[in-house]
Design a protein around this ligand. Structure first.
Ligand code: TRP
Length: 333
């Protein structure tokens, strides 16, 4: 079992990234026989306008969040995508097999390109091919991703089988998606119908992993709710998205089921539930935030971790690129 996943260094990580993704990555490290690779996908981050002066720090910040959240860099490779040249190389090789029609149907491309498709960059269009390269280059067997990345993963599977068929080789492995976030789909604190997101306008809609205790308290206190007390049964939350979200967060942060949380809080108003949620979030996030700040305060150590992770990743990726080129008939140089 080889597990690979990645996040973009586009902005601060929030509670949704932690509960929906990072926490699962941490648990996967304990799968017997599993090798985990956790990448900061900086090459993907430049497919939209970005600040070159901030990219290195943004990459370090995501790496620090991985480690502070529980990824053990001794066991798992933590590295920057751009430090492994094979990602870009394999992307080019795979791009010759990726059909324009399929890429045009990618919903993320349609969303990000918006109305002005003529002006969208080739990198944004080819984003899913680079993602396929990220995965296939390690012959990853399992890829934990959110529901929104399922279509991209399908393309990676497709490219693996297209390659194998075209070249008559059992070379690439078809990666299995691990769809994550079903247990803890964290929504915006301002609108229970929207996912908690780093791109939402209001910072009050999300809890960042870098928020201090006062900020977390303020955001939860101001979180949108309804006037009813908490219900006794979890299915009564279905029509109350904001209430459901806060209970979901409470349950995820305390490793309990929603039913279990409701058994404790049924009939009680949000004026009592919210302070309990604040205490829980602060208690759980404080060690992560402080470890993150510690790592970010010592970039030399963080850079050593990233360099070691890149060495490990290159040791796998390099030979796979070479093997791919051999199968494709390139000069052996
Ligand atoms: N596209 C993914 C996202 O936005 C990030 C990503 C890039 C990724 N390459 C990957 C995730 C490879 C898993 C595996 O969430």
């Amino acid at each position: 079992m080889r597990i690979l996943s990645g996040m973009q260094p586009t902005s601060h990580l929030h509670l949704g990234n932690y509960l929906g993704a990072l926490r699962n990555w941490v648990k996967l490290q304990d799968e017997p026989g599993a090798e985990c690779l956790y990448c900061v996908v900086d090459l993907h981050a430049i497919t939209v306008p970005y600040d070159a002066g901030h990219l290195t720090d943004a990459t370090r910040e995501i790496a620090a969040a991985y480690i502070a959240g529980g990824i053990d860099p001794e066991r798992s490779a933590v590295f920057a995508q751009s430090a492994v040249p094979g990602h870009s190389q394999l992307m080019w090789l795979l791009s010759t097999m990726a059909q324009l029609g399929k890429l045009e149907r990618m919903t993320q491309f349609k969303d990000k390109a918006g109305k002005n498709r003529e002006r969208a960059g080739l990198g944004l269009f080819a984003y899913p091919v680079l993602m396929a390269a990220d995965i296939l280059i390690y012959k990853a067997t399992h890829v934990p991703v959110g529901e929104d990345q399922k279509q991209h993963l399908e393309l990676a599977r497709d490219l693996a089988s297209t390659f194998n068929t075209r070249y008559g080789a059992e070379h690439f492995i078809q990666p299995e998606p691990f769809i994550q976030g079903e247990g803890a789909r964290v929504m915006s604190l301002r609108d229970g119908s929207q996912k908690m997101s780093k791109s939402a306008d209001s910072d009050m809609s999300r809890i960042n992993l870098t928020d201090d205790a006062d900020t977390i308290a303020k955001k939860i206190r101001k979180a949108k709710t309804d006037p009813e007390p908490l219900p006794a049964a979890a299915d009564e939350l279905d029509a109350r998205p904001e209430a459901k979200n806060l209970v979901t967060i409470y349950a995820a942060m305390s490793d309990r089921t929603k039913a279990d949380v409701l058994a404790e809080f049924a009939g009680r108003p949000f004026s009592e539930f919210k302070p309990a949620l604040v205490d829980l979030c602060v208690e759980r996030l404080a060690p992560i935030t402080s470890r993150m700040n510690e790592l970010l305060g010592d970039t030399a150590e963080l850079d050593r971790i990233l360099a070691k992770g890149a060495d490990r990743a290159r040791a796998i990726a390099g030979p796979v690129v070479r093997e791919t080129m051999d199968i494709m008939g390139f000069w052996k140089g």
